[in-house]
Design a protein around this ligand. Structure first.
Ligand code: SF4
Length: 391
């Protein structure tokens, strides 16, 4: 028998044997390993998308404590799920997780579908995750291809083109399907991921200690450092925004971000889009209050500016300026839901990390002229560029 790319049955058998033997000698401890529970496999795999193992572990443990099984996740509110997901980023993962849990309960009597094809019909489950659940939890011979295995396979075949292209994906998925064993697919796939993470690393792969080096074409040809080719770097798009914390008594205005926005469903301080970031000495200023009034209908008086910071979201680099204002009059005009909450109550709402940081800075104090014994502005008309600045 000859597999795609010219591998013989003997070579495939040798590859499986060497890989699994290496993995048995080099076990990798993770809280979701060695448990043939599709729910735990699924949660860990979704969390691991775009996120490192080290970052995922504490989130996974907290998530499991909060939603120990499929039924508890399906019965939760989306807000509770987003709150548990807060900080992991790519929040559509959390929303899809919730929707998929509800679909499994309503359409599959609470039992995980077992085939990769059925799994892929669930929200947020693509070909890789379906293969991971089918092989890790059910030990079905489902192939996988993610960043680590993609790199390993590309090097084994000396596939020098971009493996992310349609041609690359077709070829590597075909190879993965030929290599996955009929029995023991779970340990085999885990071992592949580990080989990519520990030995066949993106930079400086440790080929001399690789258990499958005798079968690796890139190593034979000395091309392992050039395969796969580096991803073209995309320059981030600069975005300038202003977050406004509006205080009314001891409560703060937050709005729920809409379905079409990033961080959909989460609670955030109102934001204004800016053409460019103002210098700290320009904040808070009359124009901010006017813009806020025009955008929301609220009349406010400035209190303070907090230091700006930058953060990245997908391909955007957001420069976030921040001001604190006092509510004076007017009603919130935009269609999105709003709440007036204390800072303590905000601790229980799902918020984007930039908003969470704003809450922490508000809690830390130091920005409030009243608390500092300083004179506060009487309102928008009296504002000048020489207001007291926060410490
Ligand atoms: Fe990767 Fe080197 Fe092993 Fe080939 S020999 S699979 S390039 S670590």
């Amino acid at each position: 028998m000859t597999a795609p790319d010219g591998w013989t049955a003997r070579e495939i058998a040798a590859f499986r044997r060497k890989l699994v033997a290496w993995s048995t000698r080099t076990p990798r401890e993770m809280p979701w390993r060695g448990v043939a529970d599709p729910y735990r496999v699924w949660i860990s795999e979704i969390m691991l998308q775009q996120t490192t193992v080290a970052a995922v572990v504490p989130y996974y443990q907290r998530f499991m404590a909060r939603f120990p099984d499929l039924a508890s996740l399906a019965a939760a509110s989306e807000q509770d799920v987003l709150a548990a997901w807060e900080g992991l980023g790519y929040y559509s993962r959390g929303r899809n997780l919730h929707r998929a849990a509800q679909a499994i309960v309503s359409q599959h009597q609470g039992q995980f579908p077992r085939t990769a094809a059925e799994l892929q019909n669930l929200p947020g489950i693509g070909r890789y995750t379906a293969g991971a659940i089918a092989s890790f939890a059910f030990d079905l011979p489902a192939p996988i291809l993610e960043a680590n295995t993609q790199r390993v396979y590309a090097r084994l075949l000396a596939y020098a083109a971009d493996p992310r292209t349609t041609d690359g994906q077709t070829r590597l998925w075909g190879f993965a399907a030929a290599l996955v064993p009929a029995a023991g697919a779970g340990p085999f796939n885990q071992a592949l991921i580990d080989l990519g993470a520990l030995v066949c690393t993106p930079v400086a792969p440790r080929c001399p200690e690789c258990p499958v080096k005798s079968l690796c074409r890139a190593f034979r040809e000395g091309r392992q450092g050039k395969i796969p080719p580096p991803k073209p770097r995309q320059k981030p798009t600069e975005v300038h925004e202003l977050a406004v914390a509006v205080r009314r008594g001891g409560r703060w205005l937050v709005r729920q971000r809409q379905a079409t926005e990033r961080w959909a469903g989460m609670w955030d301080f109102p934001r204004l889009s800016l053409k460019e970031s103002p210098s700290p000495s320009q904040l808070p200023g009359n124009s901010v209050l006017k813009d806020l009034h025009a955008a929301t209908g609220l009349v406010t008086g400035a209190i303070a500016a907090l230091p700006p910071f930058s953060h990245s979201v997908t391909r955007y680099r957001i420069r976030l300026s921040r001001v604190v204002v006092d509510y004076q009059s007017g009603s919130w005009r935009p269609p999105d839901a709003v709440q007036w909450l204390t800072l303590e109550e905000l601790a229980h709402q799902p918020m984007p990390m930039a908003a969470r940081r704003f809450v922490k800075d508000l809690l830390a104090g130091g920005w409030d002229p009243d608390a500092a014994g300083l004179v506060r502005s009487a309102g928008p008309r009296s504002l000048t560029g020489r207001q007291k600045r926060p410490r």
